[in-house]
Ligand binder design. Structure first.
Ligand code: NZQ
Ligand code: ZN
Length: 391
């Protein structure tokens, strides 16, 4: 096990009717003038936005609103948010929505306190050293941004989708009421499931030895998602199943599953190019790219893939490690298909003919190499896109 520091200070307030605590929590964390940031229409339609506003009004907390965050959030709204916060002297940002809204809020929070262009945080020329406090009311379990120190934004010009991060942008609190996720359609639910599983698997597939506790933690999250995932698709108002999926999404990505080990993240890198080029949901792209990545790299750590097949998917070892490993990869693919996720380019709406374009932007974003389980160059990346294209 590697040395590590783990600092995850977010206060999670989980369960039914927890939105009622929003205003008190904002006060607890020093919010005086709030920006409420939200997405397209789901929070308006469900009445959640009105509930949040009433809650703030009852506690005499001033606020301004900025909606319109789109999935795979873009820089233009972040600039608008930064301007608005400066003009209105906002000192606290409340994201009401999913990963896209939360990431846009995090980008605004770090950009407000910085005199230059916030995109410098994403081209990694400047480190975030101040940010307004961010909090969330989560409406979709998926990205794990409610407990993570990272954010992903797309630069409209050039279509570059990039991540950045800092401990300073971890939400100070996140309100998580599983009832708010009852309105999620099956496809969005499934995309979220793929994303949280991917967050675990990016950490699970490591060459670091002696990480039994985190291995078992990762497996517990995966096994729970494999059990509860189909239940939430079938019964969208099954509270216990929704609650377990919601918490799984947070545990998958607040860092706990990755402590003491080297993490991979090649598949996220490969996927972000698909979201940037086609605007597909992040989880849909991951469902296509993860099995393809696995198929390409499994011989670089066959024992770990055998462990994945046997412990996560209950496959009986055949004595032939390759065969067992491949059965595990197939089981993952079958699971994704069973909950309606795409598992190849065609089902995703991606084109083999675009692989050159994907590689061009991947090269810019990754600097030409990615991953750690097996270090990949652009020829490897191309081969993995080709597997996904023909799968
Ligand atoms: O915009 P509205 O109308 O609210 O609709 C949203 C959106 O269309 C809808 N939705 C959300 N909650 C709902 C709902 N519909 C009905 N009922 C509800 N309760 O769902 C759609 C998707 O929302 P989005 O926020 O885009 O989903 P997600 O949470 O999957 O976030 C995806 C973004 O997060 C990034 C992804 O790259 C992507 O840009 N990620 C962020 C990470 C992080 N910050 O740590 C890590 C991840 O790996 C990921 O890259
Ligand atoms: Zn993800």
């Amino acid at each position: 096990m590697n040395n590590f520091r783990f600092w995850s200070p977010t206060e999670f307030v989980f369960g039914k009717n927890t939105v009622a605590h929003t205003a008190q929590l904002i006060k607890k964390y020093g919010g005086a003038k709030v920006l409420i940031h939200y997405g397209g229409q789901s929070a308006v339609k469900s009445g959640l936005l009105a509930d949040v506003e009433n809650n703030l009004q009852n506690e005499f907390i001033e606020y301004v609103k900025l909606g319109g965050v789109q999935p795979n959030p873009v820089d233009t709204l972040v600039y608008e948010g930064i301007e608005l916060c400066r003009k209105e002297n906002v000192n606290f940002i409340l994201a009401v929505g999913g990963g896209s809204v939360i990431d846009s809020a995090k980008a605004i929070a770090s950009g407000v306190s910085y005199a230059g262009d916030f995109w410098n945080f994403f081209d990694h020329t400047v480190t975030i050293n101040r940010a307004l406090p961010v909090a969330t009311v989560l409406t979709i379990p998926a990205a794990g941004s409610e407990g993570s120190d990272s954010m992903v934004i797309t630069k409209t010009k050039g279509g570059l989708k990039r991540g950045s991060g800092s401990p300073l942008i971890r939400p100070v609190f996140s309100i998580m009421d599983p009832v708010l996720t009852f309105t999620l359609p099956a496809n969005q639910t499934a995309y979220g499931i793929a994303d949280m599983m991917a967050h675990v698997m990016e950490r699970y597939f490591t060459q670091t030895k002696g990480v039994e506790v985190t291995d078992r933690l990762c497996e517990a999250v995966l096994l729970s998602v494999i059990k509860e995932g189909p239940a939430v698709i079938k019964e969208p108002e099954n509270y216990e199943a929704r609650a377990n999926i919601m918490w799984a999404g947070t545990v998958a990505h607040n860092g706990m599953c990755g402590v003491g080990r080297e993490e991979d993240w090649a598949t996220h890198g490969l996927e972000h190019e698909l979201s940037a080029l086609y605007g597909v949901a992040h989880g849909a792209g991951l469902a296509v790219m993860f099995p393809a990545w696995m198929q390409y790299v499994y011989t670089s750590g066959i024992d770990r893939f055998v462990q994945f097949a046997t412990r996560v998917w209950g496959i009986s070892p055949t004595g032939d490690k390759k065969e067992t490993a491949l059965k595990g990869i197939q089981a993952l693919k079958n699971f994704f298909s069973s909950i309606g996720l795409p598992v190849n380019f065609e089902q995703l709406g991606a084109q083999k003919a675009d692989i050159d374009k994907l590689i061009d932007t991947l090269k810019i974003n990754s600097g030409g190499s990615l991953g750690s389980f097996r270090k990949l160059d652009m020829a490897d990346a191309r081969a993995i896109y080709e597997i996904a294209a023909k799968a």
